[in-house]
Structures are given as structure tokens and as C-alpha cells.
Design a protein around this ligand. Structure first.
Ligand SMILES: Nc1ncnc2c1ncn2[C@@H]1O[C@H](COP(=O)(O)OP(=O)(O)OP(=O)(O)O)[C@@H](O)[C@H]1O
Ligand SMILES: [Mg+2]
Length: 409
């Protein structure tokens, strides 16, 4: 049984999952606990986060009737997570011999020898494409003869301090971190199928305090980013402008909100309970939705600009797939559709099997479900850190590389 923890800006979710003999990912137990320990995807309060982790794992253990796990897989989010594509090459000696697994390790390690700021570390290095003697698009070079092996690797980096805090929170809750997975990668694998990934698509996870984007091309991630804006910003706009408590703003948003205000044109008014007022005020629903639309439109434009800056927006026949709790706002995919120009937009959610699938297949579970999909789907192999790592860096088994080429298989 694998325990996957999604540390979100509004809640901590825990999923216990396993893989059936047929290779399906089974959601065995799932529970989430509200948590105010993170802001915009980054831990701000260790105690609150550790408490929520402890509680979420305890609930899942109770549902699954399992002993306590020693290790958990956990996500890392926040706008400090950045991606790049790096190239590496190695000569093959003697010239023309067949390429072996060690050559793949060497070439990926070579691509990871990039200079980064001292306070950052690599979270992931994933080969996207190999080239053998200049022949492009090789997915599995094992057994090829050649004189020169090249690779293009998708590398994610993050702030060492923020990643360390994730580990600290998990340790304070009484568990060890088995692996750290970056949020965009988790959500990407949570909702994009293998054919979506091969076609080319962008997965956009609209959370509470952040929105992660993972653009896939040729089956592998090519661009990953986390924006520090999510559904909580919509709630906070409503709370400020309508002078309501945050809970009331959240209720108004989830019960009456639309991302496109004109859809609420003829829907009458809603009662708004303002702070310090005994009598609720009547507000046209269209006005409520105008506040929502303006923030959601700003988010959609930011997402479009990010996808455009990846340079891959013309290469995404699989379209834009929206997920995360924030995407459950009515008309969100219509608004994104209007904003994304020539890209198709649809909603996506995990598609796990098993007893807890009803819970785990909701959009806000994309991250937790995706971590399990990623671990099972991908062939993952440990490689040594590119830079000389301290102990904790080595322990963070996020410093692993995925061999899409099924190296060693
Ligand atoms: N039905 C709904 N309509 C509108 N918004 C919704 C709905 N359901 C959930 N949300 C919003 O989804 C957001 C929470 O989403 P999610 O659980 O994916 O975030 P998170 O994982 O806690 O945060 P993050 O990923 O940003 O760290 C909240 O802002 C909440 O208001
Ligand atoms: Mg989230």
C-alpha cells in the first residue's frame, strides 16, 4: 500500500492506493482534512500542517484498517517550482558499440550539470527524448549502436528551504518522506491519459491558493509552472467587496457563482449576510458573478500567457484540461475556452478504480491520484544528485529520474 499526501492550500489529502494484478491503480482509502498551514502552495505554519497530515493519515488508516505506514509520498508546490529543458551528451566508446543502461544514466546526469542558485535543488529530471548520432525522437535507445548519445531532459527545481519544510512537516507528524513529487507533474499525471500526453496537452490544476500547469509533448512533460493564484482569491475578492465573512463568501461562490456573469443575467438575487448587519442584503446574482468573472478571467489570461510562453501552444491537439477544486466553479471551462483562443478546453478528473474511487476521482484529488499514476505509469530509477548533495538531499528521493525508455526493462 502506498500513502500519498497532497499538501494543499485549503486542505491536506491522503490517499492509500495500490496496483491490481491487471495493472489498475486502486484507491483503497481517501480522506482530507482542512488545513491553514499553507499559503499559495507553500508551508507557512509547520504545526498546523503536521497536525493535518497526522489527522489525514489516521483517518485513512482507520478506513483501510492498515498499520501505520513508515513512509509517504508527498507533493511540493508553490511558485518557487520552476522547469527547464536541458541537453546532455556522451560519446559512446568504443565507437559503434550498443548503448547500455549506464550510458543512459551518464547522459541524463550530464544534462543535469546545470548551474543553479545555491538555495535551489533539482526535484525531478525526466528524459523527454534521446538522439543517437543526430537521429531525433528516439524514445528507447537501449540496444542502438552509435558513437554519440544525446538527451533532452525536463528538469524541475525548487527552493531547498521550501522542500525541506515539506519534509519537516511530514517528520513532525511522525512519518518519513519516501519521495517528493512536484505539483504540476502530480496533477498532470492525475488527469491526462497516456494518449493525451502523447498527443500533447496542458493540465491546469486550479487549487485554492495556486494554479499549476503541466504541458505535455510527445508523452513527457515539457513545461511546468505554479502560479500563486487560485480559487481562494475569488473568495477573498467577494469577501472584501461584499463585506462578508470568508465562509459566507465561499458559500456564495460555490452555491451561486458563475465564471461568466452574463449566464446569471436573469437568475434574480441572492441574500448576502454582511459583517455586523442583522438583516441580509439582496444582491443581484449577476453582480456577484461579475466579481467572480473578473478574477477568473485574470487567471485564465495568466494561464494562456504561460502556455504561450512554453512555445508549445500550437502543438496541443489534446487541448487544455482543467482540474482542481477551483475548476468546479460553474462555467469555468467556458470562460477558459473563450480565453484560450485556438486551444480546446475541457474538464478532467482522476479515473482510479477501487473502493475509494468515488472520493478520489473528484477534481480536487488530481494531485494525490496523479502521484500514484506517475509512480506506476513511469519507470522510475534512482540516480545520484547532479550536485554534491547533503544527506537530506539524498534522502529526498525526488532526486530520481524517470526513464520513459523503460531502461533496464
Ligand atoms: N463547487 C465549487 N465551486 C466553486 N469553487 C469550488 C467548488 N468546490 C471547490 N471550490 C474551490 O476550490 C478551491 C480548493 O481547491 P483544491 O482543493 O484543489 O485546492 P488545494 O489543493 O487545497 O490548494 P492548492 O492546490 O492551491 O495548494 C477553493 O478555492 C474552493 O473554493
Ligand atoms: Mg491542490
Amino acid at each position: 500500500m502506498t500513502y500519498l499526501l497532497d499538501l494543499g492550500s485549503t486542505k491536506v489529502s491522503c490517499l492509500a492506493a495500490t496496483v491490481s494484478e491487471a495493472g489498475d491503480v486502486l484507491a483503497c482509502a481517501a480522506a482530507s482534512v482542512p488545513c491553514r498551514g499553507l499559503s499559495r502552495g507553500v508551508i507557512q505554519n509547520l504545526d498546523a500542517t503536521a497536525d493535518a497530515i497526522r489527522e489525514a493519515i489516521a483517518r485513512v488508516r482507520a478506513i483501510a484498517s492498515q498499520d501505520a505506514p513508515t513512509e509517504v509520498v508527498v507533493n511540493v508546490s508553490g511558485s518557487h517550482v520552476e522547469s527547464m529543458n536541458a541537453q546532455g551528451f556522451v560519446p559512446i566508446y568504443p565507437s559503434g558499440r550498443t548503448i547500455a543502461r549506464e550510458d543512459l544514466l551518464h547522459v541524463v546526469n550530464h544534462s543535469r550539470q546545470i548551474v543553479s542558485e545555491p538555495d535551489r535543488t533539482q526535484i525531478l529530471a525526466m528524459p523527454r527524448e534521446y538522439r543517437v548520432d543526430g537521429v531525433r525522437g528516439v524514445t528507447n535507445p537501449l540496444g542502438f549502436s552509435g558513437t554519440r548519445l544525446e538527451v533532452i531532459t525536463h528538469i524541475l527545481t525548487g527552493s531547498m528551504a521550501h522542500i525541506q519544510n515539506v519534509e519537516n512537516a511530514v517528520q513532525m507528524a511522525g512519518y518519513k518522506v519516501a519521495q517528493v513529487i512536484a505539483q504540476p507533474i502530480a496533477s498532470g499525471y492525475g488527469v491526462a491519459t497516456q494518449s493525451d500526453r502523447e498527443l500533447g496537452c496542458a493540465v491546469v490544476d486550479i487549487g485554492g491558493g495556486s494554479t499549476s500547469i503541466c504541458v505535455f509533448q510527445g508523452g513527457a512533460p515539457a513545461y511546468s509552472v505554479v502560479l500563486p493564484v487560485g480559487g481562494s482569491h475569488v473568495t477573498s475578492d467577494l469577501s472584501k467587496l461584499l463585506k462578508t465573512a470568508p465562509d459566507e463568501a465561499e458559500r456564495l461562490k460555490t452555491e451561486y457563482g458563475y465564471a461568466i456573469a452574463r449566464e446569471a443575467e436573469s437568475l434574480g438575487s441572492v441574500e448576502v449576510h454582511q459583517i455586523g448587519q442583522q438583516v441580509p442584503r439582496h444582491l443581484e446574482r449577476r453582480v456577484l458573478c461579475e466579481i467572480i468573472e473578473s478574477r477568473m478571467k485574470e487567471l485564465a489570461i495568466m494561464v494562456r500567457q504561460e502556455i504561450e510562453s512554453s512555445g508549445l501552444h500550437g502543438l496541443l491537439p489534446g487541448g487544455v484540461i482543467l482540474t482542481g477544486g477551483g475548476s468546479e466553479l460553474n462555467c469555468t471551462s467556458d470562460l477558459f475556452d473563450l480565453t484560450m483562443k485556438h486551444m480546446l478546453v475541457r474538464s478532467g478528473r482522476p479515473r482510479l478504480k477501487g473502493p475509494a474511487s468515488n472520493t478520489a476521482n473528484r477534481p480536487e484529488w488530481a494531485g494525490a491520484a496523479g502521484m500514484m499514476n506517475y509512480l506506476t505509469d513511469a519507470q522510475i530509477d534512482p540516480i545520484e544528485p547532479a550536485q554534491d548533495g547533503s544527506n537530506w538531499k539524498r534522502k529526498l528521493m525526488g532526486l530520481k529520474s524517470m526513464f520513459t525508455a523503460k531502461a533496464g526493462a
